[in-house]
Design a protein around this ligand. Structure first.
Ligand SMILES: *[C@@H]1O[C@H](CO)[C@@H](O)[C@H](O)[C@H]1NC(C)=O
Ligand SMILES: *[C@@H]1O[C@H](CO)[C@@H](O)[C@H](O)[C@H]1NC(C)=O
Ligand SMILES: *[C@@H]1O[C@H](CO)[C@@H](O)[C@H](O)[C@H]1NC(C)=O
Ligand SMILES: *[C@@H]1O[C@H](CO)[C@@H](O)[C@H](O)[C@H]1NC(C)=O
Ligand SMILES: *[C@@H]1O[C@H](CO)[C@@H](O)[C@H](O)[C@H]1NC(C)=O
Length: 728
């Protein structure tokens, strides 16, 4: 049991200051060092429900590593892919865990198009060489406690791969990026009709296979190169070290869209309109060619038989790997894949803590539950943290805590197939969420190693930073998570939510709800990702020995939720949004240099946003003063009005028509771009327009860039109008 020692922190602090100082202290939080942590902590987290209890410090003191470990072990006894009996049992487990804490809980099911392997085979041959069939299985190890459960794991496959049989020469395509296929074309290596062999490490499997098909490949294999997944040569692999064993295979989904493919812009509600499975499988978002993920061991075997030119240095593997050649041939691969793309039932689980004063305002916490295999890191480290946090909230309730706003826990299904469970629910509840959701706090993987990796929409930056100054570093009790984070890199950065990485996508990119995402780990990837070895042993031995990082993740999640749910004025600060937008605009400005395009509309709109953010901040201070001098009651309509503006300003960044050619993506600041060749996941519409204009260099294409800049500027202007609350 590890209790975060908030009580002893507090005992070293002066008595709490008078309430009227609260705001001033809050705004100076960022400037104060670690020594003032306890003081700020006490002042910020003063409770609305019961003035004598500090629910924030209570929440921090209740952390239990044993609870997190117990739930993680129970959730990861068996592999549990979406749509299977095993995953239905995890839904029942989460439902039971949350309802036994006396939170009203329920399951919302959807019928959606999922995909399962029925038959796979792969063999390697070459002139004068015996045909070698691959077993396509991941080895267990002596005394593997999960060896018998491993037999229940879904055979390694790519969801939504086309079915078919291809026998053709192999070509090596490095990371499978557009530039890699362009290199092959320039080296006169013919990819048409061949089987492309590419490695993970730079882009997602769905994009690798998409690029392979675009280059004319008849089929694709994607493998986990020891260079990225195997660790230093000679160091060994799991279960001795954290590295992926040679037979490890990374499973994934090849669907490039989001949600249920049979309901592309709407929810999979009962009796709803649906695209036929055949039509859904025939869209450009589907891979359209057979593909399989393979192990490093199998890929090395193929590499040894490949001929042709030696691949460039940055296409090679680590020491000890064979020399990689480009092909084509003489290696011939015979790949057969038969899949079953079929309607299946998925289950989202919800538990609700109803708000006492504003029950129709929602603070939503979400994590997915379905896993490609055991899911110890991805995603159930997050599920375990969520249940552990729910348990702490139930203790707070016993101490009299009633959140001002409603808190909703969500356990999503079928995230791995295409963020499916969360997407269908957000689509089904879009207008309700749009008018009522204050924030969405996502945790997918909560732990794969040491060090916090936070992401937010920028109005939540300040809340995040204040929060991590309160939570003890799980790896060094004499400092906070903030201290560790600042030390960990030269310039600690908060990530943004512009990619389709997890279940925040529908909340941010479709509806425009302020959101966060976080994990502990050295980087976003980890060696056993989506393989058979993402199990409890790996977690306990290598990712979180002692389970203190799980507890810290739950603490950060919980303090942010508590403040968002409890504070009279929602703790959003739009000033950092203006800083971010300015930085993105500078990147655009550089990219359009020497063209007739101008960024002035965008700069002007950001200036207006800055003025609105400043004025809303002084309005907040006024209300705070009136609140503490009791001139204003906590349920004043004035407070509700300010909060509505803070909540709705993010929505203004969305646009009904959405991003050009990607209409589901409504957010004009954060979203995926088709061809973002400059290094930021922001302004996707502008990014795509610039990429097109650069390649065509027509005046019409540059006009389109200007149009996209105007569109974003209009959205930013709308956001400042919402914030200031003034009609023209
Ligand atoms: C490819 O493998 C399949 C399945 O093992 C087999 O039926 C087929 O004959 C093979 N094709 C070629 C061209 O070797
Ligand atoms: C595909 O899945 C459906 C539903 O689970 C099942 O009824 C059907 O038999 C499966 N088809 C194949 C070819 O396995
Ligand atoms: C733990 O944190 C303290 C305070 O920041 C620091 O002085 C110390 O070096 C850290 N210990 C380790 C092992 O990093
Ligand atoms: C929880 O932390 C305590 C104290 O550090 C430790 O003894 C215990 O083994 C931890 N529990 C787990 C499941 O790791
Ligand atoms: C694009 O076109 C403009 C005007 O037609 C020309 O001046 C410029 O050099 C072109 N740029 C490139 C990169 O080809």
């Amino acid at each position: 049991m590890s209790r975060l020692d908030a009580a002893s922190l507090l005992s070293r602090s002066p008595p709490p200051t008078k309430p009227h100082r609260r705001r001033r202290l809050l705004s100076s939080v960022l400037a104060i060092g670690g020594g003032a942590v306890a003081l700020i902590f006490f002042v910020i987290l003063g409770s609305p429900s019961n003035p004598s209890t500090n629910y924030g410090s209570l929440l921090l003191s209740l952390g239990s590593n044993d609870t997190a470990a117990t739930h993680l072990r129970a959730l990861t006894l068996h592999p549990h892919v979406a749509g299977t009996k095993a995953n239905s049992l995890t839904a029942a487990y989460v439902l039971d865990a949350l309802s036994s804490l006396s939170f009203p809980a329920h399951i919302t099911p959807y019928s959606v198009l999922l995909s399962y392997p029925v038959h796979r085979s792969l063999s390697l041959s070459a002139p004068g060489r015996a045909t070698k069939p691959f077993s396509l299985s991941q080895d267990t190890y002596p005394n593997d406690p999960y060896a018998s459960a491993a037999a229940e794991a879904i055979p390694t496959f790519f969801a939504y791969s086309a079915s078919g049989s291809v026998s053709a020469e192999a070509v090596y395509a490095n990371y499978g990026r557009e530039e890699d296929f362009a290199y092959l074309a320039s080296a006169a290596v013919d990819v048409a009709g061949k089987v492309a062999l590419a490695r993970y490490g730079r882009i997602h499997c769905e994009d690798i296979v998409h690029n392979a098909r675009a280059a004319g490949a008849a089929a694709a294999l994607v493998y986990t190169d020891p260079l990225e997944y195997g660790g230093p040569p000679g160091e060994g692999s799991f279960p001795d070290t954290r590295w992926l064993p040679p037979t490890g295979v990374q499973v994934g989904s090849l669907f490039r869209g989001v949600g249920d493919p049979t309901t592309p812009m709407w929810a999979s509600s009962e009796g709803c309109e649906r695209v036929s499975v055949e039509d859904a499988m025939a869209t450009d978002d589907m891979p359209g060619i057979p593909a399989l993920p393979v192990s490093a061991q199998d890929a090395a075997e193929i590499q040894r038989v490949l001929g042709g030119a030696v691949a460039p240095a940055d296409w090679q593997g680590r020491d000890g790997s064979p020399v990689y050649r480009l092909g084509p041939g003489p290696a011939v691969l015979n790949l057969t894949y038969q899949g079953n793309d079929t309607m299946a039932t998925i289950e989202n689980v919800f538990a609700v803590i109803e708000g006492s004063e504003e029950p129709d305002r929602y603070v939503i916490l979400g994590n997915h539950r379905d896993a490609w295999t055991f899911g110890a890191a991805d995603p159930n480290s997050g599920t375990a943290a969520m249940i552990e946090l729910a348990q702490r909230f139930s203790v707070l309730q016993k101490h009299g805590w009633r959140p001002r706003r409603t808190i909703i826990f969500c356990s999503w299904d079928a995230e791995e197939y295409g963020l499916t469970g969360s997407t269908e629910w957000v689509e089904e509840n879009r207008e309700m969420l749009s008018t009522r959701a204050v924030a969405y706090l996502n945790v997918d993987v909560s732990v794969v190693g040491q060090g916090l990796l936070p992401s937010t929409t920028p109005q939540l930056d300040e809340l995040l930073l204040e929060t991590i100054k309160l939570v003890q570093d799980p790896d060094n009790s004499s400092q906070t998570v903030y201290d560790a984070w600042v030390k960990s890199s030269v310039s600690p950065t908060i990530g943004r939510l512009g990619n389709g990485g997890s279940d925040y996508a529908a909340f941010v990119q479709h509806v425009g709800i302020p959101s966060t995402n976080m994990a502990f780990g050295e980087g976003p990837g980890y060696p056993v990702y989506h393989s058979l070895y993402d199990d409890f042993v790996w977690m306990e031995k290598f990712a979180d020995p002692g389970f203190r990082r799980h507890v810290a993740a739950a603490s950060i999640w919980g303090i942010m939720a508590l403040r968002l749910a409890d504070e009279e004025i929602i703790p959003f600060n739009y000033m950092s949004y203006t800083t971010e937008l300015e930085a993105y605009t500078k990147v655009v400005e550089k990219a359009i240099k020497g063209t007739p395009v101008s960024c002035s509309p965008l700069y002007n709109s950001i200036k207006a946003l800055e003025r609105a953010a400043t004025s809303v901040d002084s309005e907040r201070k006024d209300i705070q003063r009136e609140l503490s001098s009791k001139q204003l009651s906590k349920d004043s309509i004035k407070i509700r009005g300010l909060n509505d503006r803070l909540m709705q300003a993010e929505r203004a960044f969305t646009n009904r028509e959405g991003i050009f050619k990607q209409e589901w993506y409504k957010h004009l600041i954060y979203g995926p771009s088709e061809q973002n060749d400059w290094d930021t996941a922001s302004y996707p519409g502008i990014a795509d327009a610039i990429a097109t204009a650069r390649s065509t260099n027509t005046s019409a294409s540059w006009k389109l860039v200007q149009h996209e800049i105007h569109r974003v500027a209009r959205a930013v202007t709308q956001a400042s109008a919402v914030l200031s609350g003034n009609l023209t």
